[in-house]
Design a protein around this ligand. Structure first.
Ligand code: S3P
Length: 173
């Protein structure tokens, strides 16, 4: 089993919807004895309703503003594993916040094809509903893959790797 990180830094997971940030993050947190946080769950707890509902009622920009506030707060905590929403890297202010204070950022990279397969039954992600989900994922990936790479210290191929291997790969970094 991989060792815990040498210092009390936080670990931030970024990547497309469905790449496994929350699942991997929960396991990593357990392994390191860190607290697990998920920016989307935090946002939903503050809203008192789902992100999907929020998009429908108030639009994406309102969600992104709240996401920025939450990312700003959670990225400043030490000894957490933070799973971020897939669009958290879109704003530069978030990319800067995620790397601050020695945080290590890991990009769990999956292809749009693999993500479409995993998310084929999803009804909760507003940006993927209605129409051709694979095309939507390809469009998002084209814009975001360079941003994930920009913010990340490490890129890990999450496409077809098993969960225990993924957790160990991240831990080894
Ligand atoms: C989003 C991804 C979602 C959530 C929101 C917007 C995006 O998080 O933050 O629906 O822009 O890709 P996941 O990456 O956990 O699905």
């Amino acid at each position: 089993m991989a060792a815990s990180p040498p210092q009390a830094v936080s670990i931030v997971l970024v990547g497309m919807p469905g790449c496994g940030k929350s699942t991997v993050g929960r396991h990593l947190a357990r392994q390191f004895g860190y607290r697990f946080t998920d920016s989307d769950s935090d946002i939903e707890a503050r809203l008192g309703h789902s992100i999907r509902e929020h998009f429908e009622r108030y639009g994406e920009a309102s969600f992104r503003d709240l996401e920025q506030t939450v990312i700003g707060e959670l990225s400043g905590e030490g000894r957490v594993v933070l799973a971020t929403g897939g669009g958290a890297v879109l704003r530069e202010v978030n990319r800067l916040a995620l790397r601050r204070g020695g945080n290590r950022v890991v990009y769990l990279r999956s292809s749009p094809e693999e993500l479409a397969r995993r998310l084929r039954h999803d009804t909760q992600r507003p940006l993927l509903q209605g129409g051709d989900a694979l095309k939507k994922l390809r469009d998002l990936f084209r814009v975001r893959d360079p941003l994930y790479r920009e913010v990340a210290h490490y890129v890990i191929d999450a496409g077809r790797t098993s969960l225990p291997t993924l957790v160990n790969l991240v831990a080894m970094q």
